[in-house]
Design a protein around this ligand. Sequence first.
Ligand code: ATP
Length: 661
Amino acid sequence: MPPRSNNNRPGTPGNPGRKPMFNMYWMYALIILSLLALYYFQDGSHTEKVNWTRFEELAETGCISTIIIDKQSEDAEGILNEKGRKQIPINTDAMEGDIKVVTDIPSSSVISEKIDEWNATLASGGMKPMTVEYEKGSNFTQLFWYFGPFVLLILFWVFMSRRMSGGGSGGGGIFSVGKSKATLFDKNNKTNVTFKDVAGLAEAKVEIEEIVEFLKNPQRYTELGAKIPKGALLVGPPGTGKTLLAKAVAGEANVPFLSMSGSDFVEMFVGVGAARVRDLFKQAKEKAPCIVFIDEIDAVGRARGKNPNMGSNDERENTLNQMLTEMDGFGTNNGVIVLAATNRADMLDKALLRPGRFDRQIYVDLPELTDRMEIFNVHLRHLKVVPDLDIEQLARQTQGFSGADIANVCNEAALIAARNNKKTVEYSDFMGAIDRIVGGLEKRSRVITDEEKFSIATHEAGHATITWMTQYGNPLVKVTIVPRGRALGAAWYAPEARQIIPTQALLDTMCGLLAGRAAEEVFLGQIGTGASDDLERTTKIARSLVIMYGMSDKLPNLNYNDSTGQEYGFTKPFSEETARIIDEEVARIINEQYERAKEILRKYAAQHNKIRDLLVEREVIYHDDVQEILGPRKWKSRTDEIMELNRKEAGTPPPFSTPEK
Ligand code: ATP
């Protein structure tokens, strides 16, 4: 994903529109200060409100030591002495501060007379007279209690309203939630990715470059009456370079490029997605001619549910509807081309895919052999590698790898080389990296007994023998009995990239997968749990052979698979009877291949045992070792044929050396 920067927003660092920060920390500081003030100003006293008669009673009976008169608020406070403290209905023993009684004075003119009267009574009874103090106004604590909460409330309200309007702190507020979060790449802010960094993908690049050309030079097309396409959708498996291609457009196009991810439209507030779409297109129209890129568009563009009440997300549908309107509605958005990327075009709403919205779908597939070589070349630019590195062999070893996987192999190889204190990265480091990525980390520390080793070697030698002896078995690269990841041993193949897979190829693959278990049965007389992964894969292939490709004898030419994932819901598209036949066919096919594997193994038992013994001895054996034991393969590899064709076309000798083994 392109790095997200907010430098087109007001109030962010480096932006002149910045205002002083008013954030939550101010509030915390204020609250803490208020609490501290309260703590220091409180005198630990307790005040009891009493009526005038009770106050008089306490004063006359000598329970009050001091009277404080507040003429402004017309009340009198009496500090109780030891005797008075006992008169209060609460337990005052644990209280350290003064205990006061407070009352309203009936009339300020009578209070002085009353005090004289009480003091006279006390004197006649032989008790100490009360001292009198006059207070002019409220003390700080009282003031604080009267006004503090209001001040705090007002401050809090001001703070919240500033945050919600987003005015004070740079646009992150609730009212700016409908603004799109698109990152802008233009003349001042370019990515440094160019089309040179995107290897392979020749057709996709041509189409994308053409789109950039439309914007730069529209007359060339409009003069002939052609309409400029509104959008192009990049579809393909993960890591094949869709985002990279879009980044290259941002780097090369001399027009503004707005980039956003599909998930950026999604927010917890209703209506925000649609508002963001509107805002995005508004920005785009202002900057036209320009390109809008939406990565992972399936986050919003997923097909709308048939029944809106049945768990479908209304908010997402609103967002999608807005996008449909913006892309092809009444409003014109001339000069805005929308690029989008997704792994799942089949999930997208049909309306989004129709011409007029995404006119073009550009399929970005997993790279072919020559593309992989180019991708290796791009990523090797940054590495220090040995001069005669066999890139073709590396590309052959990475059939089925995406561009991202290859980038990972290169990095992993460099790490392995660095770990071994090498000055340059060698072929073996790349092989180590590929092994690691495919099989997981080597676990030499796992303790394996000789008996177990023998059994693993028997199993792996079984795979090696059968793949060598069947027409569509993939060319073997290496066999190992060193535990790796979860596996106890593994056979590595260079899988052939086939455009069309004949039935026999599926059967041979199954036979090769079952060979491990078959070898255990034939040569050890007992089977183990080690084959569970092989069995899972075999069963999947057999099932797809029957229900997807219509290749089985009893259910020919029928496909019960729903590639869109929308048709059948919870119901099966076939009857119970057919389900039974499917199960039977799957079991039959697997059984036949298992028997076939055993037969071939019995025929080549001597060779199998040689491979097994070599494996026990060396732990890792290669293609050449197997070739020596089983003789050259009868069938030519398809990859070899393609490479030969390529070279003939180019009229050049092979560009890469063959690897040392
Ligand atoms: P996703 O669908 O998962 O988002 P994507 O197709 O967008 O994946 P990218 O993010 O473009 O994949 O690719 C990831 C990384 O893989 C790139 O940063 C780049 O290093 C490498 N890569 C992928 N394809 C290529 C390519 N054709 N040439 C060079 N590098 C590539």
